[in-house]
Design a protein around this ligand. Structure first.
Ligand SMILES: C[S@@+](CC[C@H](N)C(=O)[O-])C[C@H]1O[C@@H](n2cnc3c(N)ncnc32)[C@H](O)[C@@H]1O
Length: 234
């Protein structure tokens, strides 16, 4: 389904996350052996949040990143936005969810004023959007001058001795878990496909720079299959 473009791709992604919303959190923990929690915490640390920061989480899903930011920085104002109702509904039932503002919104056309946010973050969003440059432009627009952007996403495995093992995990273990736990192998075939067809960590960093972000950097995690990116708006 990664060949789909524009609205067709967005509709496919939205309906897929709608189907798996009830099992999304559990599958994330299983697929990453709980490591996704550490990557989110690392991203939050790198954002150097001031206590009362206004943070927008785009593609927030069930709120893993947004809820963790609010937990670590109780005085911050955290907005969790996503275009899949089912994901947001699951998120709104989680502990601490009442302290976060939930918004249904498309990441490529955010309903927020320009320059309103101190931080704009995303977790595993960019791989799914039909237009990465436009999504990054929107994040840039919403940030105030001096604000920071941060993203975690999967990146294609590099060509080294680990690659066969990573491909086995991507193409065999993940669809198996998807079928077993969510009853939806197709959704968990999309994940490896979209990972392999996504931008490399270097290319994604270049896309952040092209959107205007400065001091763009990234770190790889999970044997190079996860990229944590950051940058700021001058
Ligand atoms: C892999 S989930 C990640 C959820 C959460 N950020 C996390 O870290 O677990 C991707 C989320 O991005 C959302 N998404 C994908 N494309 C989107 C778009 N164009 N606008 C808003 N949300 C989008 C999906 O609905 C889904 O909830």
């Amino acid at each position: 389904m990664t060949h789909l473009k524009g609205n067709q791709r967005a509709a496919y992604v939205q309906s897929m996350f709608g189907r798996i919303a009830h099992r999304y959190d559990l599958l994330n923990r299983l697929m990453t052996v709980g490591q996704d929690i550490r990557w989110r915490r690392e991203l939050i640390r790198r954002l150097n949040l001031s206590p009362e920061a206004l943070v927008i989480d785009t593609g927030a899903g069930t709120g893993d990143l947004a809820l963790e930011i609010k937990r670590k920085h109780p005085q911050s104002v955290v907005v969790a936005s996503d275009f899949t109702y089912e994901m947001v509904l699951v998120g709104k039932q989680r502990p601490g969810a009442h302290a976060v503002h939930w918004v249904i919104a498309d990441a490529i056309n955010l309903p927020f004023a320009s320059g309103c946010a101190d931080r704009v973050v995303s977790g595993f969003l960019l791989r799914n959007v039909p237009d990465v440059p436009r999504t990054l432009d929107e994040q840039y627009r919403c940030l105030r001058s001096g604000g920071q952007v941060g993203s975690i996403d999967t990146t294609p495995p590099r060509d080294n001795w680990l690659r066969p093992f990573l491909e086995f995990h991507l193409h065999t273990v993940i669809p198996f878990l998807g079928r077993l736990v969510a009853g939806d192998a197709e959704a968990y075939t999309y994940l490896p496909d979209s990972t392999e067809k996504f931008l490399t960590a270097e290319h994604l960093a270049a896309a952040f720079s092209a959107a205007g972000f400065k001091a763009v950097g990234f770190a790889r995690r999970m044997f190079g299959t996860i990229g944590i990116h950051w940058g700021h708006k001058d």
